[in-house]
Design a protein around this ligand. Structure first.
Ligand code: TEU
Ligand code: CA
Length: 536
């Protein structure tokens, strides 16, 4: 069953910023429908779409108030059913995004709890006293007080996102029914939001600190996931768990097929190599040695253990990778292609986030008013409280805010980048006149057409989709290299993460260049050069 995913690629859509069909400046389901042929042209097999269920939109849909109904902002159930059917007719399947660690505070269950309904209070994590000084992911305390109940409730994210109590079997049954509902609608897979946070520690009286640190990979998490998957019969679907800050050992357990948990999982260690002292909002240049060591260890050990990685650079929570580890200027095209080659030749299932295939860049917002995300706005004020000036705080946001990945998809060089007839809910990146689908379609050498080649190579070569992996010593810390082997086939991938010519040594490979971002051959690696060479 897993083999279906080894040669597949997944495309991720952030619904609010993908395509607006009705001129309200907000992306919607019919906008997605209108672009299904484009998505199919990338060669992808699955489409992960972020939540579009009823929500007050405090966290842009990750605060669900009704798991079975469509937020009118995005369309109707009929639009949704047509979207699923049309993708199916094009040979693609949707993966819907299940936010099961928490609901919106406007969900009927929490509203009943707030009214004092004992049964529904047990759906959440209420305590008479605040057990610990935990901080929430978006800043502030993770425990909020409800005067009417004279109790505190836990929320790892915003106060409007109360955590569900997974110790309550009734919560399991409610959520399994949500999965059965969408499975019956023809959904072909699921992404599970912060799935490794659902099992809370028995003792909530932990020292103060980040709440997610105490809740990740909890005591019953594997039991809960296995129950969710087996009781709903989704083992044969593609499933991916977002496992914030998980460990390699747990990632292997989450994804070994015999455990009946997830097909694969996301971890984020590779995206924290620029976090000074582990703090997302403290800047430092990316530590390339840490980056290479992470990939080397996780790729090799997951390969040796029978686990399976979701491999990616971008998503709706992460800044754009070409701005982060590549170059927006002179080597924009080369660096975007190098970063893509590095990920797409790895062992695992690759994910392409909307606009990544164009080389879309960070937004470069210059004022707080341009930001929309709850995390960014909260952390702007936290940074000021920490003593940063306004410009220092805005500089941090310009590099780390999730809004960087949420500017509208750039379809054309025309009005509003072809995203909408009206002004969009968030600013459009000013480089849309140069970076857009229409312009790149007609350029054989575009980043877009390079991504298409990468996706096709995974289908054509089993050494890519199934081969084992071993990282190689290139003799140069800025040049990452690895080999993929299967039977007598050997593919060697060499990627220069630097903006200068770099010498390498100790890599002996002769064969056909399957893909590369420079023409001709050189003794050295050129700035951001990528090469995948099939031996023999
Ligand atoms: O993200 C979980 C998560 O860890 C994020 O907080 C992310 O790591 C962080 O923003 C990076 O700085 C999931 C969803 O992807 C995110 O959009 C939601 O805000 C969050 O859960 C709560 O549902
Ligand atoms: Ca719309």
């Amino acid at each position: 069953m897993l083999d279906k995913y080894k040669s597949s690629t997944v495309y991720q859509i952030y619904v609010k910023s993908f395509c607006d069909s009705n001129g309200d400046g907000i992306g919607d389901l019919n906008g997605i429908r209108s672009k299904l042929k484009y998505i199919q042209s990338l060669g992808v097999k699955y489409i992960w779409v972020t939540p579009f269920f009823c929500s007050p939109m405090i966290d842009n849909g990750y605060d669900v108030s009704d798991y079975r109904n469509i937020n009118p902002m995005f369309g109707t159930m009929e639009d949704c059913e047509k979207m699923i059917a049309e993708a199916d007719s094009l040979g693609m399947g949707f993966m819907f995004d299940m936010v099961f660690n928490h609901t919106s505070d406007k969900h009927e269950w929490f509203q009943r709890a707030l009214s004092g309904d004992e049964e529904y209070m047990k759906y959440y994590i209420f305590r008479d006293e605040k057990p610990a000084e935990w901080t929430a992911s978006f800043g502030g305390s993770a425990w909020d007080y409800v005067p009417e109940l004279n109790k505190w409730y836990l929320h790892l994210f915003a106060p409007e996102q109360p955590d569900l109590n997974w110790e309550n079997p009734k919560v399991h049954e409610e959520l399994k029914d949500v999965i059965r509902f969408w499975k019956a609608k023809g959904v072909k897979g699921f992404r599970f939001d912060v799935l490794n946070l659902i099992s809370k520690p028995e003792n909530l009286h932990q020292p103060s600190g980040a709440a997610t640190r105490f809740c990740k990979d909890g005591p019953r998490v594997h039991e809960f996931i296995r129950e969710l998957v087996t009781d709903t019969g989704i083992e044969d679907m593609i499933t991916v768990g977002e496992m914030a800050s998980t460990t390699l050992e747990n990632s292997i357990r989450y994804t070994k097929p015999e455990n009946h948990e997830m097909s694969m999982c996301f971890s984020f260690h590779h995206l924290k190599v620029g976090y000074k002292n582990g703090d997302k909002f403290s800047l430092m240049p990316p530590d390339l040695k840490m980056l290479r060591d992470y990939f080397s260890e996780w790729q090799e050990k997951m390969s040796d253990s029978g686990g399976w990685n979701a491999v990616f650079w971008c998503n709706h929570d992460q800044p754009r990778i070409v701005s982060r580890f590549g170059d927006e200027g002179q080597y924009w095209k080369e660096s975007a292609k190098m970063l893509a080659t590095f990920v797409h030749m790895l062992r695992g299932t690759p994910y392409i986030y909307q606009g990544e295939e164009l080389g879309m860049t960070n937004a470069h917002f210059t004022s707080l008013e341009e930001y929309r995300d709850v995390e960014a706005i909260n952390y702007y004020h936290i940074l000021i409280e920490r003593g940063n000036s306004e410009s220092e705080a805005l500089n941090v946001l310009s590099q780390r805010a999730r809004d960087n990945s949420r500017t509208p998809m750039q379809w054309t060089s025309g009005k509003n980048a072809g995203f909408s007839e009206s002004e969009s809910w968030i600013g459009i990146n000013g480089n849309y006149t140069r970076i857009n689908v229409e312009t790149e379609e007609s350029d054989d050498d575009s980043i877009l057409n390079y991504y298409r080649k990468l996706v096709q190579l995974r289908k054509d070569y089993r050494v890519i989709s199934e081969g084992s992996i071993k990282f190689l010593d290139s003799g140069n810390e800025k040049v990452f290299a690895y080999e993929r082997t299967l039977n007598d086939e050997r593919l060697v991938v060499i990627c220069n993460f630097s903006n200068e010519d770099e010498k390498i040594s100790g890599i002996d490979v002769k064969g056909k260049v399957l893909i590369g971002n420079y023409s001709g051959s050189h003794k050295i690696m050129r700035p951001y050069e990528a090469l995948a060479i099939l031996e023999g």
